[in-house]
Ligand binder design. Structure first.
Ligand code: ATP
Ligand code: MN
Length: 461
């Protein structure tokens, strides 16, 4: 395979000519020479190419060396007299593979707003910031798998289409092959027995319930795949389609779950700091000043752990600071999460033992009968990044919860079977991958850390 520019930049000067490929980023002209920067996306830095105008036929080719043009360049790698690079390419032959006329190519300015770039999602990966996000996202995905694989977790592919009604909640996207103009009905209601699966089905909001099945046969498993929520909210932290990482561990209580979450976050951050130093420096300089040091200190410090009740006491002491008044029983609002992570603890904090009424039916009940073994990991700038819990493993208690919450017991027959046969303590969590990327890069809007964001009224690309 041809060497990439990131590799070429580390090479010694050539003794034989070579061919390099890439796209023009910028060009500077002087009387006798033309300099341009070539990028192939492999790193933030570009390869500087020098063209000697006297030796080289300038008119036809040099005019077409505009930002965005795709090139094949023959030349010799030579020591660079400049400060910014060790080597540069002295061009002997330039072939324009694809022109990018300056009159119409949208990426001319050095810095475009992220809002503008969202409208050209097919071109934005060619910018420095989105290019860096792309590389960090890829490295972080690899780190996710490496973390779990090194520790003996199995990667389980949970379904994208879910015809079980277990996941509940109104935020689901329906999946159907029915003709929307002629929906079959009985007694005025949609007749799903005529639909593809013979029942109503949706895109998954979480792979957790299915991951539990595999944890109870393989001990430690994880999923890492797309999840879908028809969130009608327009926030900088919510997407309709996002990637979630969900480990599920048998013979594991809430303490083990917290330890795993903390170790996992630190591992991925460290991997990205170690392997994407150049890209992280861009975020450090232009996106969130000081983020590299702050992430380093996260890797080296212990996450604070508090119960919901303790956290609420802290918030109530400062009630005047909030729009939503904190009080025991209400869910933490994002302003509360911000206050806890930025003012009280100044770092990531794990909040545990939430009131049962604001959490899902499957979380393990505490002795007090009022709180459940839930844990949320909150981080500065973003708030919740992980939601998890120890799962209810008692058949009686889980059945009682399902009845309490007016859910249909029949829909949960296989989930209850897991408590009927070989039920053991088990725990897991869900981490929104894009939130983690936001946390590590400082990017303000979640739409800029996923290649093709899906949000209300937006699925163009
Ligand atoms: P939030 O309260 O922030 O909307 P949630 O409590 O509804 O999140 P969970 O069901 O606990 O979310 O999902 C687990 C994790 O998935 C969250 O901690 C978050 O990191 C991520 N997540 C949830 N919803 C979204 C979304 N719409 N877009 C991106 N990530 C999300
Ligand atoms: Mn949550």
């Amino acid at each position: 395979m041809r060497p990439l520019i990131k590799e070429i930049l580390l090479m010694k000067p050539d003794t034989e000519p070579r061919t390099v490929y890439g796209w023009v980023r910028t060009k500077r002209d002087s009387k006798n020479v033309c300099f341009f920067e070539l990028s192939d996306g492999s790193c933030l830095k570009n390869l500087q190419v020098i063209v000697d105008k006297e030796k080289y036929n300038p008119e036809s080719i040099l005019a077409k060396l505009t930002t965005g043009a795709g090139l094949e360049v023959d030349g010799m790698l030579v020591e660079s007299p400049g400060q910014n690079q060790a080597v540069e390419l002295q061009a002997s032959e330039i072939k324009i593979l694809g022109e990018a006329p300056a009159e119409t190519y949208p990426l001319q300015k050095k810095r475009h707003s992220f809002e503008f770039l969202r409208e050209i999602a097919h071109l934005r990966p060619r910018t420095n910031a989105l290019g860096a996000v792309t590389r960090v996202r890829s490295a972080a995905s690899f780190a996710v798998h490496r973390f779990f694989q090194e520790r003996g977790y199995y990667y389980v592919h949970t379904p994208i289409i879910s015809a079980s009604d277990c996941e509940g909640a109104g935020e689901m996207f329906q999946v159907t092959t029915m003709d929307m103009n002629e929906v079959p009905k009985v007694d005025g209601k949609v007749d799903y027995s005529k639909d593809f699966f013979g029942k109503s089905s949706s895109l998954t909001v979480s792979g957790q319930l299915e991951a539990e099945i595999y944890a109870l046969s393989h001990s430690n498993v994880y999923t890492f795949g797309p999840t879908f929520r028809a969130e009608n909210s327009n926030t900088a932290r919510h997407l309709a389609e996002f990637w979630m990482i969900e480990p599920e561990m048998a013979f594991c209580t809430l303490e083990g779950n917290m330890d795993a979450a903390e170790e996992f976050i630190k591992y991925v951050i460290k991997y990205v700091l170690d392997n994407c130093a150049e890209d992280m420096e861009l975020f450090n300089k232009f996106i969130e000043k000081g983020i590299v040091d702050s992430l380093k200190s996260v890797v080296n410090s212990k996450f604070y752990r508090v119960t919901y009740t303790e956290a609420m006491k802290e918030l109530e002491k400062n009630a005047d600071k909030f729009e939503f008044k904190p009080s025991w029983g209400v869910d933490l609002q994002s302003e509360h999460e911000k206050y806890l992570t930025e003012q009280v603890f100044n770092g990531p904090v794990i909040v545990t033992d939430y009131p049962k009424d604001i959490k899902a039916f499957y979380m393990k009940m505490n002795e007090d009968g009022k709180t459940v073994r839930a844990m949320d990991v909150l981080v500065p700038r973003l708030g919740e990044i992980i939601g998890g819990s120890q799962r209810e493993d008692s058949l009686e208690k889980l059945t009682a919860r399902i009845e309490d919450m007016d859910l249909e017991k029949e829909d949960y027959w296989w989930y209850l079977d897991l408590r009927r046969y070989g039920s053991v303590p088990h725990s897991g969590f869900g981490l929104g991958f894009e939130r983690l990327i936001q946390y590590m890069t400082g990017m303000q809007n979640i739409r800029d850390v996923i290649p093709f964001p899906r949000t209300v009224h937006n699925a163009e690309f």
